[in-house]
Design a protein around this ligand. Structure first.
Ligand code: DGJ
Length: 776
């Protein structure tokens, strides 16, 4: 995995190679990151310094060609001639900002080196190896350790840094990244994931021009405005072809990444804790650890890089009893009831959901005293017995008799001023004395930098979990942090990071002793979808937006960085509550099944044919649950702008499901080709449309063209027929070798108003099909 030969370090995974050396002056010089080279020729890979570049500063007089500004580096300081963005800004003991960390020693360690305070990757014996490079500032006794952990089987290398102050005086950290890397000029595109509430993780790909592009969040969480994960690639890279580098950070707070194209064309990438409002005094002997950064490379395009991330997360990030386990199909009360329910309505919904096939009943917001809306109650979590007679235990017992597991919603990091907690402990809320505080969703943030607050939350949530038969918890966080102040902090520049360390401490104490609880993290949907939370919560609620068309963008974006086993995806009512878009029930399922499936619509309002359809959806999902949660997920490029193509395939390549999604229909569409990949080329497969029901309602008066009688499309009879009957779509079936099918499957002509027959694909706006591929 890791070897050192004549001052050159080789970090190999099964398919990737990462090479750097210690330069003659002691700086870690990056040489190569790409497809693994069995016999690398270092001389041919090294950046040549055969002429000086005008306008640069020589590091010292011994070598006029040695200019840090043009050297590809693994780390760089400030004030020694590298004028690109620096990964660290430290106020040194002499009051200057100049740092120059040079090589002292190194160590190759079997396994990973875990942080004491930050969550990070885990590995079994033999699964990882770590290279520790010790650097020291040339003037002061300040040590910087660069840690590289190699995970060969999943083609990932992680990096983090540790700074130790032995200078005898206090230094102040103003910026301390987890990693830095200089990539060659051929890297030309950056792909990042942006959005906001109900529009998370929208993919954005843009050329990397000169200058610095910053990806960051300042809301106190990793955030939905900009996910910490990103990729950079060569210009011709597609979903299945080309050189792609991926980066992410195991951190849930304000993050910062910079992508900088230098005047010499190289592309510097760095990621870590956001320096925004960050200031960390480090006394003599003290140590500062940064969160773990994750890197991968693939020459198989974006889906290739995503596959590495997916394997890494499933094997080395998610932990506890739910690691690698199939997740239950849940029914969540939120979109059906919001705050307005009674025990009998809950039991009614649970019974109906259970009959449809749901396995876990999740009681969302609204179950505790004061929670008739979002103005009161956060902080207290005392069951509202007027809503839930007999309390949570009696509800969980009842569900147990129905063979349904029970889960509950909480928002422990928050407090409403209208709560007993706030009345007793106003000092627990984050705010600044003398300054009027700002509110989000009528609530304040609890000060997780304060140990007493953390103890309170640990006790409250642990007590709740132990009070009934609870096997799942949804941990929500519904506002951004403002008025940052922690009374116990030596420097207010420590607030944001200390808050996140406090959160990790609480999560560790609550869920460490209860590994059987399936935790689903949520923050107004996907406002904290990150690797730090995934160390505690095996799945995350991706978005409050459950409109399937919107979800295609959201889940496509998230799938670049996170596996399907982590993405909570629910089927909800149509028209959709946020977009007012009407979509077929089949499409709502066809999108949600590429993730951890749940239902959030009120089962009381389903027609008989809807119920029948949902029962068969859930049956199909249960039959293929492992495939949908842990299979290899592939995104396919489309040659049409109104189509999205997803595919999931099991590791043995026996079974696969391809999703074909039509956004807006075009008149007289040119033929569709279903892209398929990942099959064994020589084996025989059958590909067949998963039968789909079409609601009669969608066809209005057109129904009269196929019925022997004429009926009024707005009449009672029509509505009655719709309640009990649905139309079936055409089913196509083809067989051939994997190689033949991977050439693309030509599909039947979609309905275009003429020659309707049983071979017409009825594909309106927002329609979709699943195709099941089975080896013969
Ligand atoms: C925001 C979440 O994203 C929703 O799913 C729901 O749990 C509400 N909070 C409840 O207040």
């Amino acid at each position: 995995m890791i070897r050192q030969d004549q001052g050159v370090f080789f970090l190999d995974t099964n398919r990737t190679g990462y090479i750097f050396r210690i330069s003659g002056q002691g700086h870690p010089e990056h040489i190569f990151y790409g497809t693994r080279l069995e016999d690398p020729n270092i001389e041919s890979l090294l950046l040549k310094r055969t002429a000086g570049v005008g306008g640069t500063v020589a590091y010292d007089e011994s070598d006029p060609m040695y200019c840090l500004d043009i050297l590809p580096l693994e780390w760089s300081g400030i004030g020694k001639g590298d004028f690109r963005e620096s990964p660290c800004e430290i106020k040194m003991p002499d009051g200057t900002f100049v740092t120059d960390f040079v090589y002292q020693s190194h160590e190759i360690i079997d396994g990973s080196v875990a942080s004491e305070i930050l969550p990070g990757s885990i590995a079994k014996a033999g699964e990882s190896q770590t290279l520790s490079i010790l650097l020291k500032d040339k003037l002061f006794d300040i040590e910087l350790t660069l840690l590289y952990t190699v995970f060969p089987a999943v083609d990932v290398i992680t990096r983090r840094t540790i700074l130790r102050n032995r200078s005898g005086r206090t230094v102040v950290l103003r910026k301390m990244m987890s990693m830095m890397l200089d990539l060659p000029a051929s890297v030309s595109i950056r792909t990042t994931f942006h959005g906001g509430w109900i529009k998370e993780a929208h993919k954005q790909s843009e050329p990397i021009g000169n200058g610095i592009y910053v990806l960051q969040n300042t809301t106190g969480a990793s955030g939905n405005r900009c996910n910490p994960g990103f990729l950079v690639s060569e210009g011709n890279a597609s979903e299945s072809f080309g050189r792609v580098y991926g980066f992410n950070l195991v951190y849930s707070g304000n993050h910062y990444s910079a992508i900088e194209r230098s005047h010499q064309g190289s592309v510097r990438v760095m990621t870590g804790i956001n320096p925004h409002c960050f200031e960390w005094p480090l006394d003599e002997g003290a140590v500062f650890e940064t969160p773990e950064a994750v890197m991968t490379f693939s020459d198989q395009g974006f889906s290739g890089a995503s596959g590495h991330f997916h394997d890494f997360i499933n094997r080395h990030i998610v932990r506890g009893d739910w690691k690698d386990q199939e997740r239950p199909i849940l029914y969540n009360t939120w979109e059906s009831f919001f705050f307005d329910f009674s025990k009998s309505r809950l039991i009614g919904a649970a019974k109906r959901a259970q009959k449809l096939g749901a396995e876990l009943f999740v009681l969302d917001d609204g179950w505790f005293v004061g929670r008739k809306d979002d103005t009161a109650g956060l902080g207290d979590y005392e069951t509202d017995h007027r809503k839930i007679r007999g309390g949570l235990k009696s509800l969980s017992d009842r569900l147990k008799r129905m063979k349904m597991a029970f889960g509950i919603w909480v928002e422990p990091e928050m407090v409403n001023p209208n709560s007993n907690l706030f009345r007793a402990h106003p000092e627990y809320a984050v705010r600044i004395s003398g300054r009027k505080e700002s509110y989000g969703r009528n609530q304040l943030v609890l000060d997780l930098t304060n140990p007493a607050v953390r103890d309170y939350i640990v006790e409250k949530v642990s007590g709740l979990l132990d009070s009934a038969d609870i096997t799942y918890m949804k941990w929500d966080m519904n506002r951004h942090i403002t008025d940052m102040y922690g009374a116990g902090l030596a420097d207010q520049g420590m607030f944001f990071h200390s808050y996140i360390l406090g959160l990790y401490d609480v999560l560790k104490r609550v869920f460490g002793p209860r590994p059987h609880i399936l935790l689903e993290s949520c923050s107004s949907g996907g406002n904290r979808f990150d690797l730090g939370m995934l160390c505690f919560s095996p799945q995350i609620w991706a978005s409050d937006n459950t409109d399937p068309v919107e979800r295609l963008s959201i889940q496509t974006g998230l799938s670049h960085l996170y596996p399907l086993s982590t993405i909570g995806a629910h089927v909800s009512a149509s028209p959709h509550q946020q977009t007012l878009r009407s979509t077929p029930l089949s499409t709502r399922f066809n999108v949600a099944c590429f993730g951890v499936l749940g239902y959030e619509l009120d089962p009381k309002h389903l027609t008989a044919s809807d119920r029948k359809e949902i029962r068969s959806q859930i049956k199909f999902y249960k039959e293929h649950r492992r495939l949908f949660q842990y299979g290899r997920f592939l995104r396919h490029d489309s040659y049409k702008d109104n189509k999205v193509h997803w595919q999931v395939i099991d590791p043995k390549r026996d079974v696969s499901v391809a999703g074909f999604f039509n956004l807006m229909s075009h008149a007289s569409e040119i033929p569709d080709i279903l892209p398929v990949s990942g099959l064994s080329p020589e084996r025989e497969y059958q590909i067949k449309t998963v039968p789909k029901k079409l609601s009669v309602r969608r066809f209005g008066g057109l129904i009269n063209h196929i019925l022997p009688i004429r009926i009024n499309p707005n009449g009672f009879l029509f509505r009655l027929i719709d309640r009990f009957y649905s139309l079936t779509d055409c089913v196509e079936s083809y067989s051939g070798t994997g190689k033949a099918l991977m050439a693309g499957v030509r599909l039947n002509t979609p309905f275009i108003g003429t020659y309707y027959n049983d071979k017409s694909r009825l594909l309106g706006d927002c329609d979709s099909n699943l195709y099941q591929i089975t080896s013969l």
